[in-house]
Design a protein around this ligand. Structure first.
Ligand code: ZN
Ligand code: ZN
Length: 153
């Protein structure tokens, strides 16, 4: 498959600056990370520069992704706009801005995502989604703060 974000270094050196715009199918970047999946195309708008014997890439990737709520495991979709700033040292014969895009997206994935701020999560007893149903399980007893033993072994 042709990679529209691949630039021959010779061309960039000659021009000094190139504008790269592409719509990337999510399959090019999925599988992504466990808690997020890209859905729909990724719009990438980048500027590549050759300066101080280095290639520089800056711009933005935007699209939609799907994440799993860390409390209730519901999957929800949202939009993202991720800045891309990269300095490509020793790029070899060509620059692969697709790889830089992938890296920027990976860094932008939140480690914990919630379907909503007040998500009630799943019942630890019966597994019911407490956002949707009141399962009437007794509330778990409030445990005193765990005593951690600090070691004089
Ligand atoms: Zn949730
Ligand atoms: Zn329950």
């Amino acid at each position: 498959m042709e990679n529209p974000l691949r630039v021959p270094l010779g061309l960039l050196k000659e021009k000094g600056e190139l504008v790269l715009e592409a719509t990337i199918e999510p399959e090019r970047l999925n599988p992504f990370v466990e808690q997020a999946r890209l859905v729909g195309p990724v719009s990438v708008a980048l500027r590549a520069r050759w300066s101080q014997d280095r290639a520089w890439i800056s711009g933005r990737a935007s699209g939609r992704w799907e994440m799993e709520c860390c409390r209730c495991l519901a999957r929800q979709r949202s939009s993202y706009g991720v800045p891309i700033e990269a300095e490509v040292e020793d790029p070899g014969a060509e620059i692969d801005a697709l790889e830089e895009t992938r890296q920027a997206l990976l860094l932008a994935v939140p480690t914990r995502s919630y379907c909503r701020a007040d998500c009630k999560g799943l019942c630890p007893s019966c597994g019911a989604n407490r956002n949707e149903t009141d399962c009437r399980c007794p509330a778990p007893p409030k445990r005193p703060p765990t005593l951690t033993r600090r070691g004089h072994a």
